[in-house]
Design a protein around this ligand. Structure first.
Ligand SMILES: Cc1cc2nc3c(=O)[nH]c(=O)nc-3n(C[C@H](O)[C@H](O)[C@H](O)COP(=O)(O)O)c2cc1C
Length: 236
């Protein structure tokens, strides 16, 4: 009798469909890892360079692309406060121009006060920043405490999302640059964009589709030179 029922269930197309769907859904994460070659993931991670030139200033970024990238960003780790990220996408000319003015002022000031020689790419972005199709500002609800541990928790709950956003945009052919200097003028930016009190401004990613940018891994010290084993300073 039991065998008969089981046989009937197995022959039922609805039952078969449900079982197949169930198995597929449960094994999707595993399948994804199997189907995404490690080289593809590493390629994106290693070539997420700042893109300040070779940007298409005339092509608006679709809302669909931005939202898809933000949906990736919100999968980042989040601390106890939980999902305290907010993304402000600026596409209108007037606020972009005001923000670009502050950015340029800050960059020149920092370069002069610290004696840092800016690269030609910094100037290239600075000159056209007001024309960038969009600026994505990443905010965290709340404010960090003074102690380091709280700050690690606070910024550790927002900056991974900003980095994921940058990677997701890289994967979709959108070039960005990690910029944080506007946070020194967060009051002015808040006034321009109507940001309320009690919200912390972190990075601003100027974003545009890239125009054939050839993104390569940067020169960095290898793991052997920046890694210790078991005790600080021990490389063996
Ligand atoms: C905390 C931080 C702040 C940065 N701020 C700026 C910035 O204001 N403007 C800019 O053009 N690049 C900025 N950058 C990007 C660095 O200049 C960039 O990482 C560096 O040029 C190395 O180039 P790469 O991103 O292609 O490796 C910043 C990067 C970091 C980590």
């Amino acid at each position: 009798m039991r065998i008969e029922i089981k046989a009937a269930c197995l022959l039922d197309p609805g039952f078969l469909y449900q079982s197949a769907t169930c198995i597929l859904v449960q094994s999707l994460p595993a399948l994804w890892f199997m189907d995404t070659p490690i080289d593809d993931i590493e390629h994106i991670l290693k070539t997420a360079r700042s893109v300040r030139r070779k940007l298409d200033f005339d092509r608006p970024i679709s809302r669909e692309d931005i939202e898809a990238c933000i949906n990736v960003a919100v999968q980042a780790p989040t601390g106890i406060a939980g999902e305290n990220w907010r993304f402000l996408v600026v596409t209108e000319d007037e606020p972009k121009r005001k923000i670009a003015d502050i950015y340029c002022e800050m960059l020149m000031q920092i370069s002069e006060s610290r004696g840092v020689q800016l690269k030609s790419t910094h100037y290239a972005l600075m000159k056209r920043l007001h024309e960038i199709p969009c600026m994505v500002l990443v905010f965290a609800i709340g404010e960090p405490e003074q102690d380091v541990s709280s700050q690690v928790g606070f910024f550790g709950s927002i900056l991974p999302a900003a980095w994921s956003l940058m990677l997701a945009m890289r994967a979709r052919g959108i070039g960005t640059t990690w910029t944080s200097l506007l946070s020194a003028r967060s009051g002015d930016v808040a006034e321009i964009l109507g940001v309320p009190e009690g919200v912390t401004q972190t990075v601003m990613l100027p974003a545009a589709y890239t125009r054939g940018a050839n993104l390569k891994p940067a020169e960095r010290l290898p793991a052997r030179e920046v890694t210790f084993w078991n005790r600080w300073g021990n490389s063996d």
